[in-house]
Design a protein around this ligand. Structure first.
Ligand code: SPD
Length: 282
């Protein structure tokens, strides 16, 4: 980067010989927490951007594509989700969407790094203000330890994590998915950030090699996010009872307000994977 012409590129993708390049106009804040480097920059085309260890977590322009899909898909399948756990999600975007569902009366957020929450409150209040809702309880703890201390408690668990490097690596392991199974009620659903079918087939295959043994229903769906690597990011959908399409609750979807991405047609089509990616689940 030079001072006249500032660009960011994700270093993990540069190692693979590819990267999206985004022009930034200034750096607004950069801190090193106990776990990682957190930076907020202003960009020419995507508004403010939150980066963790030089990886884009969100941009103001397209965060809704990710947050609506990680939250509303499970919440429009479970018939009455009351207690939801978010692991990660320290920016508040996922919680903002969860709180649009009237059935939800408790949201626990387990974010390992309190600095992410602090910085998001300062720079992304329209996301992080969701933490002020009385239904929300924040725990700044290690998600992998937190989950083991909770049994038979949650209707839905959403893992809004960064990539499987650094503190989030453990969240992509079998042991963690087994612990989440135990933390769910007997009709619970887990949804986890699960990378791109274009760039990360090995990660997706590794996840499905064990989640299909643990959960009676295991599926993969995706959303389009222009500022994530390859412009696509997916999620695992792991469920003890409800099927993401057969149990889709359209009445709940129609009650939602202020949406820019999610609706019935997107819910259904998101589970239809391109031909080349269908085998990643088996
Ligand atoms: N490749 C980066 C994926 C990041 C996914 N989580 C972002 C957090 C937004 N709430």
């Amino acid at each position: 980067m030079n001072n006249k012409d500032l660009w960011i590129e994700e270093k993990s993708e540069i190692e693979n010989g590819r990267a999206l390049k985004i022009r930034i106009t200034k750096s607004l804040e950069k801190v090193k927490s106990k776990f990682q480097e957190i930076e907020v920059v202003e960009s020419q085309s995507f508004g403010k951007i939150l980066l963790v260890d030089e990886i884009i977590m969100l941009t103001e322009a397209d965060e809704f594509c990710y947050h609506e899909m990680i939250a509303h898909v499970p919440l429009c399948v479970h018939p009455k989700a009351q207690k939801v756990l978010v692991i990660g999600g320290g920016d508040g975007g996922t919680v903002r969407e969860i709180l649009k569902h009237d059935s939800v009366n408790e949201v626990d957020v387990c974010e390992i790094d309190e600095k992410v929450i602090e910085i998001s409150k300062r720079h992304f209040p329209y996301l992080a203000n969701s933490f002020n809702d009385p239904r929300v309880q924040i725990y700044c703890e290690d998600g992998n330890k937190f989950i083991k201390a909770h049994k038979d408690e949650y209707d839905i668990i959403i893992v809004d994590s960064s990539d499987p490097i650094g503190p989030a690596e453990v969240l992509f392991r079998r042991e963690f998915f087994e612990a989440m199974f135990q933390a769910l009620k007997d009709d619970g659903i887990v949804v986890t950030q699960a990378e791109s079918f274009f760039y990360h087939s090995e990660i997706i295959k590794s996840l499905f090699s064990f989640i299909r043994d643990i959960y009676p229903i295991s599926e993969y769906y995706y959303t389009l996010v222009p500022t994530y690597p390859s412009g696509v990011i997916g999620f695992t959908f792991c469920s003890k009872k409800y099927h993401p399409i057969n149990n889709f609750n359209e009445t709940e979807a129609l009650k939602l307000n202020d949406l820019k991405y999610y609706y019935r047609g997107i819910h259904i089509s998101a589970f239809n994977l391109p031909f080349f990616a269908q085998g990643y689940k088996y």
